[in-house]
Design a protein around this ligand. Structure first.
Ligand SMILES: Nc1ncnc2c1ncn2[C@@H]1O[C@H](COP(=O)(O)OP(=O)(O)O)[C@@H](O)[C@H]1O
Ligand SMILES: [Mg+2]
Length: 337
């Protein structure tokens, strides 16, 4: 039986650009799929096709058991969409924005009011509820956008890069909200450029590049493929390298790599920051002075290198103003001609 979100052979072209080049997806009910890929990979296009905002050139899509191409209106009633470009009206207050969404979905005015208050509370926006959303910070807008998508508690949700551009604190807050939502039984497709985020939130991950799925699996499977987490350590004295290597071997989940000339040791681990603290304590007890130590988590780039032998081509900084963005907007303009 197909899952709550199902796609088969989705193709979408814009002029010469094959934004989707035959994408298959299957998200079981109540689970989270992380669609992971660099800028320009086709994530937004996939979300737009699945949420009826774009018609694919070919392929099949079924969401919440409804054929997306045949019955787009019914699909719209069963889903929530929050994304980089979802509509929050800047000139309305947070509360008015949420009430308006409720009314669009034919809620009674009173019901919409109650729902808006609930969501404002839940998303930490109660204090700012009656200010125009123009005055909100980036993180607050993102939360309002997400709240707007939840007014009607849809069984299936789509979130397009919900945390791109957020600072770490707001990102963590949003992760919590998303986890609560999923605990309530919602099926979620989430796009992201961050492996760490997919790792944290998603049951399954699809890596996409140039409109194709190039890998899929659980985050553990993907991380195993990329070598996973590592502790990297630089010892101060060359003569300490052997004993440091012994200590690391005791904590590691694989072979320790030793770089003599840089005095750097690397070992694959599981256990994150807690383990790192234990390593540091042990080194300290044995009197081994270190110049540098850190936990390196695999990134999207690491995944790409291990899958394709090269780094992801398009890259955008958090403000969307990097070289990758410029290159992409150029590509977009060319495609529009
Ligand atoms: N409306 C459009 N017109 C022309 N090209 C587009 C349009 N939307 C997306 N593209 C192109 O399709 C490709 C995939 O874009 P997109 O789905 O936005 O990727 P992502 O969301 O992963 O960054 C890119 O090359 C992009 O430039
Ligand atoms: Mg996008």
């Amino acid at each position: 039986m197909p899952g709550a979100i199902y796609a088969e052979g989705l193709v979408k072209t814009f002029g010469d650009v094959r934004a989707l080049d035959g994408v298959d997806l299957d998200v079981p009910e109540g689970t989270v799929l992380g669609l992971l890929g660099p800028n320009g990979a086709g994530k937004t296009t996939a979300v737009r096709c699945l949420t009826t905002l774009l018609t694919p050139d070919s392929g099949k899509a079924v969401v919440a058991g409804i054929d997306v191409l045949k019955h787009p209106n019914e699909v719209r009633r069963s889903i929530g969409l929050s994304g980089q470009f979802a509509a929050v009206d800047e000139y309305l207050t947070g509360r008015e924005n949420l009430q308006m969404v409720g009314q669009l979905y034919q809620m009674k005015a009173k019901e919409a009011k109650v729902r808006a208050s609930e969501l404002l509370e839940r998303f930490n926006l109660a204090d700012a509820a009656d200010r125009t959303s123009k005055t909100y910070s980036g993180g607050m807008r993102r939360r309002l956008d997400l709240a707007a998508a939840l007014v009607v508690s849809p069984p299936v949700m789509f979130m397009d890069e919900p945390t791109t551009g957020l600072d770490p604190r707001n990102r963590l807050q949003l992760w919590e909200v998303i986890q609560e939502l999923v605990a309530g039984g919602t099926t979620l497709l989430l796009t992201t450029q961050y492996l760490e985020e997919a790792d944290h939130l998603a049951h399954d991950i699809c890596v996409i590049d140039h409109g194709r799925v190039i890998a899929r699996g659980t985050s553990d499977q993907l991380k195993a493929q990329t070598g996973g987490e590592r502790v990297e350590l630089v010892v101060h004295e060359r003569e300490h390298m052997t004993s440091a290597a012994e200590i690391l071997a005791g904590f590691g989940k694989g072979e320790t790599t030793v770089e003599q000339h840089t005095r750097k040791l690397t070992v694959p681990v599981t256990g994150g920051a807690k383990l790192l603290a234990e390593v540091i304590r042990e080194l300290d007890t044995r009197g081994i002075e270190i110049d540098d130590i850190g936990l390196r988590r695999p990134t999207l780039d690491d995944v790409f290198i291990s899958l394709t032998g090269h780094v992801a081509e398009e890259k955008e900084d958090e403000n969307g103003s990097g070289a990758g963005a410029a290159k992409q907007s150029k590509r977009k303009k060319e495609a529009d001609k």
